[in-house]
Design a protein around this ligand. Structure first.
Ligand code: COM
Length: 527
């Protein structure tokens, strides 16, 4: 195995994934290495673009820029590429959500079929966090190996970059220049600024992964964001008493602001059914503790409450990380402090682009990748646009909750009237029929039909176009990627075309089969 000393130059070393993993582990533990350079020094220090930040936006942007014939450099403060996604955000969240789904099913079906009585001591939040922490450098190593070996990306990792001007960045003691800069420095948890938020026992999504060293027993989640809903659902599925305290109605602000009202209702009702205490229109005024957290004071519409807790999660949103360029660049920011960009990822400064979390929500890796590649295409002179606030999106409760296009209310406001295809059908309660029943919900279909999920397809009856799709259940995410692409074409996707697609019955999106029952109907009626 290659043994690296301080400030190693690994260009052309052909490091294996195993070797990368050893390097990342020692660098991240602080035991060794300064900057790790994978730069083709023979080509000099000038690039077509420098990506400041090596998360999804920087890594994918650099790969595309290179594939278009450009030379890119990626600078990253962590010892690996891939950013917060494989480190503290999407990947751990998906691990926890899969655990939540399994545990939720165990709780729901305990004592039936082969399910034993649910044992809240059987599952451990700490154990899952430790499992992730111990194994995460595997995906990290894959990112470095893939970037160097398969993609030929030049990068310097494990170094703080400092932007000097619109064309120059200093990293690891060297100044690199470029015709364009792409700022892709990400985001971090925004703290609410309340008394006690620094107490031991108060975490955000990142410090949960980094620092948790005990098993939480009684949990308060502050915030009404995706993070709050996703982690709150996970904690409850593990069997912990969980309260979510949200200033506004849950899932009505931030990223999922455009969630369909019926979908949202199904989701929030389901969370309550599972025992999550959801306090809406309520404000956490103080986190109380004596050396460590003991509880949270909350102002609710009916008065002040004290919620006991040994663990508090702050899910109060994110803020842009701008430290490496804020002083050097007179950038324009949006009202929430995110770097303002147009549909081509251009900032107000000539030759300076921004992509990923630093441009604002949705804080999703898929938006980061595509905004990074849009910047790369623009830099390379292609006609590229990305409307990043208008993409299919999802969150996890113990379901996958997925949506694309317009909500029913938005469609009514735009078209006057709409037709919908809905399961359970409009006017029915979730338990009245076992539909939508498919992958992941067949057992529920025959035991607890109210748990199979919810779906709605919204159609503009005038043009016959599908304008919105909404789903809570399992296994529909993949279909949404393709359906949204078809819906977004200038020609759109009509109900008749949707009904003409081939379905693989039983399929968790159901849209094709049900569209077929309405396709070619002269006057579209809802069902
Ligand atoms: C995925 C990170 S976890 S990246 O988008 O492949 O860089």
């Amino acid at each position: 195995m290659t043994v690296l000393r301080r400030h190693p130059d690994v260009h052309g070393a052909g490091l294996s994934i195993v070797e990368w993993r050893a390097i990342i582990d020692s660098a991240y533990s602080g035991a060794g290495h300064g900057a790790i350079r994978n730069v083709d020094e023979a080509r000099g220090g000038h690039f077509d673009a420098i990506f400041v930040g090596g998360g999804s936006a920087g890594r994918f942007g650099a790969a595309v820029l290179r594939s278009l014939g450009g030379r890119a450099l990626v600078l990253e403060r962590w010892p690996f590429l891939g950013g917060s996604c494989p480190h503290q955000a999407c990947v751990p969240h998906h691990l926890f959500s899969e655990a939540a789904r399994e545990l939720d099913q165990w709780q729901a079906l305990q004592g039936r079929l082969w399910f034993p009585p649910f044992d809240p001591a059987a599952a451990s939040i700490l154990e899952l966090v430790q499992l992730f922490r111990a194994q995460r450098s595997g995906p990290h190593a894959h990112m470095n190996w893939q970037s160097a070996d398969q993609l030929g990306i030049e990068f310097v990792v494990n170094t703080e970059a400092e932007v000097l001007d619109t064309r120059t960045v200093r990293a690891a003691g060297r100044a690199y220049t470029a015709d364009a800069l792409v700022l892709a420095t990400g985001s971090r948890a925004a703290l609410p600024g309340i008394e006690g938020e620094g107490l031991p026992g108060v975490f955000d999504y990142a410090s949960l992964v980094e620092d948790l060293d005990y098993e939480p027993r009684r949990i308060v989640v502050i915030g009404g964001s995706k993070v709050a809903v996703e982690y709150g659902s996970f904690f409850r599925a593990v069997g912990r008493p969980t309260t979510i305290v949200s200033r506004s109605a849950l899932l009505t602000s931030g990223g999922p602001a455009r969630m369909d009202a019926d979908l949202r209702q199904f989701v929030v009702d389901g969370m309550r059914t599972r025992g999550i205490d959801v306090l809406e229109h309520s404000v956490a005024t103080r986190i109380v503790g004596d050396g460590r957290v003991q509880g949270v004071e909350v102002l609710t519409p009916s008065g002040t409450q004290f919620l006991e807790a040994d663990f508090v999660l702050l899910g109060t949103g994110e803020e842009a990380v701008t430290d490496s360029f804020a002083d050097a660049l007179p950038l324009r920011y949006d009202p929430r402090g995110f770097v303002a960009v147009d549909d081509r990822m251009r900032t107000n400064l000539d030759g300076v682009y921004a992509a990923g979390d630093v441009i604002g929500p949705p804080m999703e890796m898929f938006k980061s990748r595509r905004s990074g590649t849009t910047a790369a295409r623009t830099i390379m002179g292609l006609d590229a646009e990305f409307h990043y606030q208008d993409i299919p999106d999802f969150l996890h409760t113990t379901y996958e909750v997925t949506w694309a296009g317009l909500t029913e209310d938005e469609a009514r406001a735009r078209f006057g009237d709409v037709a919908t295809i809905q399961l359970p059908p409009r006017g029915m309660s979730p338990g009245d029929t076992p539909l939508p029943m498919a992958e992941g919900s067949m057992l529920y279909g025959f035991t607890l039909p109210e748990r199979t999920g919810f779906q709605k397809c919204v159609i503009d009856p005038g043009s016959r176009k599908v304008v919105g799709i909404h789903h809570a259940g399992y296994g529909a995410k993949t279909a949404f990627q393709y359906l949204h692409h078809l819906m977004s074409r200038p020609a759109g996707l009509t109900i008749d075309e949707l009904g003409d697609m081939n379905e693989l019955y039983i399929s968790s999106d159901y849209f094709v089969g049900y569209a077929r029952l309405r396709a070619n109907q002269a006057t579209l009626t809802s069902m």
